[in-house]
Design a binder for this molecule. Structure first.
Ligand code: DGJ
Length: 719
């Protein structure tokens, strides 16, 4: 059983895979955390108060208790997981366990994205009902443990059973104490076109915090943190990860107290959140997914990959090979006609591409990024026959038709804005801050949600659309809904996310066979929340092959290759000006959901032939790259080369990918030790070399990399 209750010790041990998570109810009915780490039997631990406060100290004993749901005001001095201001104006809260239950499987989080179990035996859920008797606040703390991996999905559900309104001032999905603090903290930071760089820094007394207040998870930080043993690396050592299934403003932190105890937390960003909970009302936190690995960072990533690929992503496309696509954005930008698009599509069809994606600029009078967002009506100057004529021509060529939208936005120069100037996020009497000459629709409002659902659905049902790219190109300002009363204004950002999730659920479930890809100025909303609705995300607006090494490597810390949009674009690259060969660009992009993002009519016949071979290769490899176990082997953050591999579930195939940025004279060939193979099998490489698995694991394989921007993608198969 994944959840074992030890009545004598009053502990609950949640176990799966190689991990356990242990909780305790103390004699005073407080819910305490005992342990999270390598798997333990259910009778291994009991509460030893003297481990925490056996000494005379200035500190209150309660301030060092390992609360599972820390609250404010009765001695605990960190950030509360549930911060409550009551009707008397104080924040004191005292949660005690009323009851608990274990149920098979995993309940959904209504209105919020979350991981799921397909069969009850995959997971078990332990729920504690806690109460603050003075105010009537009830908190259900849920812990679902997945049997296969030991991943623990956590969330909190708040209900006001009292008679006076409460204000929720902070809401963390998880806040996990550790009995030590000598960790490194790992996070994924960045900026537009430089998303998800791996950064590692030692934890020390005080608080290390990452956050977004932008109304989107953002380019700057990903909603993920890991604590690593100081000697943990990609392949060994203990690592604890927390990943927040949410796409809006978030906080994540590691706080080390004055006793050297760390606490790892993630949830809604209290700087831009508060929520009035009237009597009878309820509120759910987003979900946080906790993963422990004893096998270093690769072990952590592989667990997240499997869970997010198979039990977060949903729907028709979850387990299917994704079509090879061509997107016209970097090929034409706004400057296209139907004839120009069809000319590109003809070349695409010739070389086996399967999906043509029409990006920004097909609607309203949009010829630049200064107008028409919100007017989802085809631009007849560019597409005289409308979308159905274009989609008909593409379908006749054997191509699927994909279409770009940016539904959450409105341009001040649009019919929508002229009709509904109050529908955007704004504060009366203040300027409406524009970014990319656009404003954000107030998705906390049901009528705005309904407009988006109706306008997008209308096009999807009438235009033969097979794929949607859902973009979002700015962050929030004046994020206080004009229709909320003053005491609820700070609910706007979270209400926006709930509104967005309602819109996404409604549209994606109405069009189950359409493949949806999310995007936000590249990878500005690459998070588990979006992956629940859309199984893939455009990872960055930086399409340069060398930069993509870091982008794909960093993104892979949490997210599976099947979630990454990866395209070959033209050279000189539009973001960096760098010229790399087509082989390198293709060899990098084939590790994700592969596509082109250029004007194929500009290719020479030789380049077109090479692109055609690349497409065939992608089709040959795409099941392996989607389902295979991904191993990071050599970090582009640490040197001039990078390498990763995909190992098939039966370990009989491995795709080794290796890249060199700049050529260095007079050096030994790069040798790479493979991982995850069967030591007893013989593997035959495409280039004719043969190796025993044990040799590949222990001694490695040399890869032929020569010249600047060179690459080697080598398939090895068991004999
Ligand atoms: C930002 C996206 O990341 C790009 O791929 C492209 O779709 C543009 N928006 C279009 O405006």
């Amino acid at each position: 059983m994944p959840v074992e209750y030890n009545q004598q010790a009053c502990t609950w041990t949640l176990s799966g895979g190689n991990a356990s998570y242990v909780l305790h109810r103390d004699p005073e009915n407080r819910l305490l955390h005992l342990y999270w780490g390598p798997r333990l039997p259910g009778n291994a631990l009991s509460w030893q108060p003297e481990d925490y406060c056996s000494f005379a100290s200035f500190d209150l004993p309660v301030s060092i208790l390992p609360f599972e749901v820390p609250v404010c005001g009765s001695g605990w001095h960190g950030t509360p997981a549930v911060g409550i201001r009551n009707s008397c104006g104080d924040d004191v809260t005292d949660l005690r366990v009323l009851s608990w239950e274990v149920s098979p499987g995993k309940p959904a989080l209504p209105g919020l994205p979350s991981t799921y179990a397909e069969e009850e035996k995959e997971a078990e859920t332990l729920s504690f009902l806690l109460e603050d008797s003075l105010t009537g606040l009830r908190v259900t703390a849920r812990f679902t443990v997945f049997a296969e991996s030991g991943a623990v999905a956590r969330s909190l559900f708040l209900e006001n059973h009292g008679s006076a309104p409460l204000t929720v001032t902070s809401l963390l999905s998880a806040s996990v104490p550790f009995w030590r603090g000598d960790f490194d903290i790992l996070h994924l930071n960045g900026a537009w076109a430089r998303e998800r760089r791996i950064v590692r820094t030692p934890a020390c007394q005080g608080e290390f915090r990452i956050q977004s207040a932008r109304g989107a998870s953002g380019h700057e930080e990903n909603p993920f943190l890991a604590l690593c043993d100081r000697n943990a690396d990609e392949f060994s050592g203990s690592v604890w990860g927390i990943s927040l299934v949410y796409s809006g403003s978030f906080t994540a932190s590691c706080r080390v107290d004055n006793f050297g105890h760390a606490r790892l937390s993630a949830g809604l960003n209290p700087d831009v959140f508060s929520w009035q909970l009237d009597p009878g009302e309820s509120l759910s936190s987003p979900e946080a997914v906790l993963v422990y690995s004893a096998e270093g960072l690769n072990g952590l990533s592989q667990q997240y990959h499997r869970l997010y690929r198979t039990r977060l992503a949903r729907g028709f496309w979850r387990d299917r090979p994704r079509p090879v696509l061509i997107n016209n954005w970097e090929g034409t930008y706004f400057d296209f006609t139907e004839d120009r698009l069809v000319a590109i599509a003809e070349k695409a069809a010739e070389i086996g591409i399967e999906l043509f994606v029409l990006d920004d600029g097909w609607f309203g009078k949009r010829n630049a990024d200064n107008c028409s967002l919100g007017d989802w009506v085809v631009n007849r100057d560019k597409l005289p026959g409308g979308l159905s004529s274009l989609s008909g021509k593409l379908h006749a060529l054997g191509l699927q038709f994909g279409l770009w939208f940016e539904p959450e936005m409105v341009s001040p120069d649009s019919d929508l804005y002229r009709a509904h100037p109050d529908w955007c996020l704004h504060v009366d009497g203040r300027p409406r801050t524009e970014a990319r000459q656009q404003l954000i629709l107030d998705l906390s409002r049901p009528e705005v949600q309904d407009y988006i659902i109706a306008s997008v659905s209308g096009i999807l049902s009438s235009s033969g659309v097979d794929y949607v790219k859902w973009d979002m190109n700015r962050n929030m300002t004046e994020a206080f809904s004009s229709v909320l009363p003053p005491e609820r204004k700070k609910e706007t950002q979270h209400r926006y996310m709930l509104g967005l999730y309602r819109v996404l659920e409604s549209i994606t479930s109405a069009f189950p066979q359409i493949l949806f890809e999310s995007c936000s100025g590249g990878g500005g909303r690459f998070d588990p929340g979006m992956l629940y609705y859309m199984p893939q995300t455009w990872i960055s607006d930086d399409t340069d092959a060398v930069e993509r090494l870091k982008l794909q490597y960093g993104t892979s810390v949490v997210y599976p290759a099947s979630s990454m949009g990866a395209h070959v674009s033209a050279v000189p690259n539009h973001q960096t000006g760098r010229i790399t060969c087509l082989k390198m660009r293709g060899d990098v992009a084939l590790s994700g959901n592969f596509g082109f993002e250029l004007d194929l009519t500009k290719f020479t016949p030789e380049e077109l032939a090479e692109a055609g071979k690349l497409v065939s290769r992608v089709k040959q490899l795409r099941n392996l790259t989607r389902e295979g176990t991904f191993w990071r082997l050599l970090s582009p953050f640490e040197g001039n080369a990078a390498s990763w591999s995909f190992v098939s579930p039966d370990r009989r195939e491995v795709l080794l990918c290796a890249y060199q940025v700049l050529s260095v004279p007079n050096t030994a060939p790069l040798r790479i030790r493979l991982r995850g193979l069967d030591p007893n099998l013989w593997y035959q490489a495409e280039d004719g070399r043969r190796f025993l698995g044990a040799a590949l694991l222990c001694q490695g394989i040399t890869v032929p990399l020569r010249g600047d921007f060179s690459s080697c993608v080598l398939l090895l198969k068991a004999e």
